[in-house]
Design a protein around this ligand. Structure first.
Ligand code: SF4
Length: 367
């Protein structure tokens, strides 16, 4: 086996890491971790420069009622459970107008998969937001939601995507990917679409010119082999269409989730694993420009470290994130661009506001 220094220098020179090599990097310990982070940082500088970006966005939760009640999630609740809600047109449009007044360029309806939702529910939702906040990217619907309503309506998933685009869908959410290994999905989200369906819907969207994020939710008990397989599948899709805007690593927030409470999942990933996920993603995903570091998941201090390990994007302002807060995170609701500018300035890097698809909008004044 090649030694680490040679593998990293070959990678910086253009070698495409195999999954076995990627796994070796994910399993690193001790000072090797820092060497991998340093290589990822160098590659980030080469690929996208020193700019740190963020998007001014707002989540919009429509319902926390969910047919899937995944074991790793603290947000989705069964119908009739205490604390459930479902907003209608008036509340959705009020929230969308508020988001627009705040100057957001992206609204992310992010909800449970309500068992009664149909294609019409999603088309209406997208249209309501589009009408209340014209010009704002409506970034919504995962492959899970697309395939769920397609089946109900006896439509193809391509037809559903077309209807959503006509209603005003801007970009698709690359959520519900979790870990794209069916044996893992059977444990953490058995009611969600399988790996093949997730990949097929994403390919269809990208082939139609609908771009999406890519996500990985890790730390709920899967192996490093599963993590690298997941990244390998994303890299294959990206080779075909180039439709992923970025990778969004989502570390498992465990505290209030059924799997953790039942003793069936660990207490999330460690800091070493968080660092290596970002660094190895940067090195392994040679066809992705952007690796996001999620302040809502890891907190503002760790985010700063991850920006030194291959990350280049701070994600969004969010304004609300019940998915993360309900799972047990403490700092997930809103991050002011001034706070982001402070993080970037501390690293000697400029902060830029971007659009959903990474068009640069403006440089934030340094703090
Ligand atoms: S992760 Fe999504 S699909 Fe699963 S329970 Fe939570 S809201 Fe529902």
């Amino acid at each position: 086996m090649t030694d680490l220094a040679t593998l990293l220098s070959d990678t910086l020179a253009g070698h495409r890491l195999t999954e076995a090599e990627g796994r070796l990097l994910l399993d690193a310990t001790g000072c090797d971790v820092l060497a991998i982070a340093a290589a990822a940082d160098e590659l980030r500088q080469e690929r996208v420069g020193d700019r740190v970006t963020y998007v001014k966005n707002q989540n919009l939760h429509v319902t926390n009622i969910c047919k899937n009640v995944c074991g790793f999630c603290g947000f989705g609740r069964s119908p009739g459970a205490p604390g459930t809600y479902l907003y209608g047109k008036e509340e959705v449009q009020r929230k969308a107008r508020l988001a627009r007044e705040r100057g957001v360029t992206e609204i992310c309806p992010l909800s449970g998969v309500h068992p009664d939702f149909t294609i019409e529910s999603y088309v209406d939702l997208i249209a309501w937001i589009h009408e209340s906040a014209p010009g704002v990217d409506v970034h919504t619907c995962s492959p899970e939601e697309v395939s769920f309503v397609a089946k109900k309506a006896d439509l193809s998933t391509v037809e559903v995507l077309e209807r959503m685009r006509e209603a005003g869908l801007g970009t698709l959410q690359g959520t519900a990917a979790e870990i794209l290994v069916d044996e893992v999905r059977q444990v953490i989200c058995p009611r969600k679409c399988d790996t093949a369906t997730w990949l097929r819907v994403i390919r269809e969207a990208h082939a139609m010119g609908i771009r999406s994020t890519a996500t990985i939710m890790y730390g709920a008990g899967e192996t490093t082999r599963d993590r690298i397989r997941h990244l390998g599948l994303l890299r294959e899709v990206q080779d075909e269409y180039g439709g992923f805007t970025e990778l969004v690593p989502l570390t498992y927030i465990h505290q209030n989730t059924p799997l953790y409470r039942a003793g069936l999942a660990p207490a999330g990933a460690t800091g070493r694993e968080d660092l290596l996920l970002v660094a190895v993603a940067r090195l392994f995903l040679d066809n992705f420009d952007h690796i996001q570091v999620s302040w809502g998941k890891v907190g503002p201090k760790m985010v700063s470290v991850l920006l030194l390990a291959g990350g280049d994007d701070l994600g969004g302002t969010m304004f609300e994130d019940e998915v993360t807060v309900d799972a047990g995170a403490e700092e997930a609701a809103y991050m002011d661009p001034a706070a982001m500018a402070r993080i970037a300035a501390d690293l000697g890097r400029p902060l830029w506001q971007r659009s959903t698809t990474y068009r640069l909008l403006r440089e934030e004044p340094p703090v």
